[in-house]
Ligand binder design. Structure first.
Ligand code: PGA
Ligand code: ZN
Length: 394
């Protein structure tokens, strides 16, 4: 059987979950296989992320630069395809073509290749990465603050993390917490208690930055999942104007009062030392995760490793811009002994490829927001489907 090649690519503007234009790409192969991909966009974007260009520039680049350069390229050679995109761009941060452009194409190529091989996307990715698929823990962001909700919370995300890895059982726990939380927030905070922020979590005003954790504890007891969950915080400190002392104080209070064992971006994006001190102090019990600190970027990761800043890393494909570079970052994170958590962005589309990615590499976790809003539930539902596909294979 001859290997199919790229027949053509096309792009269009679509809107993301925050009502902003983003990019969708479709790729057709010579054997008739076709696949699409769309890309998310962040709001609390780290300075070291690859650059996303305006979607109209992305469309022009697709048509005038990329399409002529990839037509006729064979399917199934992800690394070489991505390297071609990287070379066409020629900058360290994808400034010319845009990481949104390269990532949309890279995912569409991966999907089309998988389809033409008669495989699921996760099978294709696991083969590429040479990893054993496994279900990630769910990191469900049930209360939104910071830049993601117009309330008074400084902390951006309050996460519920079921210990259970089976997607159906874990989702069930998240749903129980979500519904009970809504009820108690509406009862105590009025109608606003039931309104949601960018990632589907509730977003009313709170007494202080730790009150959401008090609600989590209350609700976990109420629905009988107290022993089955832990809590996490994405402080997203880069968007805050808090001193490190103040942040450390807040973290200590959170971890000493509640079952919090996950802390993401507890300090600003260049605070490698403050991260290291916290990892030294609390890293035995808690996952200290870099997001804006590391930006899925090998150079930033090397430094974080050298300075022992973290024990966990967030992986966002659009921080770097291709599937190959994302897998490379995951491989390095693992070699450093870090836990790996694949993550969505606040501005999402219904593209569910990150669920395949997290499962394919056996990631320790996946951040996918609350079980609300189509762009978030798409990822939950994809994981539920993968569980079925995987069980059937065994
Ligand atoms: P963003 O934030 O998608 O708005 O950049 C998500 C995060 O900080 O994890
Ligand atoms: Zn983050």
């Amino acid at each position: 059987m001859t290997t199919p090649t790229i027949k053509d690519i096309s792009g269009r503007r679509i809107i993301d979950s925050r009502g902003l234009w983003t990019l969708e790409v479709e790729l057709r192969l010579s054997n008739g296989s076709r696949a699409w991909a769309s890309v998310p966009q962040g709001k609390s974007v780290g300075s070291y992320e690859a650059v996303c260009v305006d979607e109209r520039d992305a469309l022009r680049a697709l048509e005038s630069v990329i399409d002529p350069a990839v037509r006729g390229f064979r399917a199934g050679d992800q690394q070489e395809f991505d390297e071609r995109l990287i070379a066409l761009d020629g900058t360290t941060r994808k400034e010319r073509l845009g990481a949104n452009t390269t990532l949309a194409l890279s995912w569409a190529y991966a999907r089309a290749s998988a389809i033409s091989q008669g495989r699921h996307l996760w099978e294709y990715l696991a083969d590429l990465a040479d990893t054993d698929p496994d279900f990630p823990q769910l990191y469900a962001n049930l209360i939104n603050g910071g830049l993601h909700a117009p309330n008074d919370l400084d902390i951006q995300e309050y996460l519920v993390i079921p210990r259970e890895r089976d997607p159906e059982k874990a989702t069930d726990i998240v749903l129980k917490m979500y519904h009970a939380l809504r009820e108690v927030l509406v009862a105590q905070k009025g109608a606003c208690g039931g309104l949601v922020g960018d990632e589907g979590g509730f977003g009313p005003d709170f007494r202080d930055n730790l009150e959401p954790l008090q609600f989590f504890s209350l609700v976990a007891r109420e629905v009988g999942v107290e022993q089955s969950v832990s809590f996490g915080l994405d402080i997203a400190a880069n968007s805050l104007f808090m001193e490190e002392d103040e942040l450390n104080h807040l973290i200590d209070e959170a971890c000493d009062t509640y079952p919090v064992n996950y802390l993401e971006d507890p300090f600003r994006e260049d605070a490698f030392e403050a991260f290291a001190a916290l990892t030294q102090r609390r890293g035995g019990q808690a996952r200290i995760a870099g997001d804006d600190l590391t930006t899925t970027n090998l150079e930033r990761m090397k430094r974080a490793h050298k300075e022992r800043s973290i024990n966990t890393m967030i992986v966002k494909p659009n921080q770097i811009g291709t599937v190959t570079e994302t897998l490379e970052a995951i491989e390095h994170a693992r070699a450093y002994g870090w836990q790996v958590i694949v993550s969505h962005r606040s501005g999402e589309t219904t593209d569910d490829a990150i669920a395949d990615l997290a499962f394919a590499v056996g990631a320790d976790g996946i951040k996918l927001g609350a079980p609300a809003r189509g762009e978030r539930t798409a990822k939950y539902n994809r994981l539920l489907l993968l569980a079925r596909q995987f069980r059937k294979k065994d």
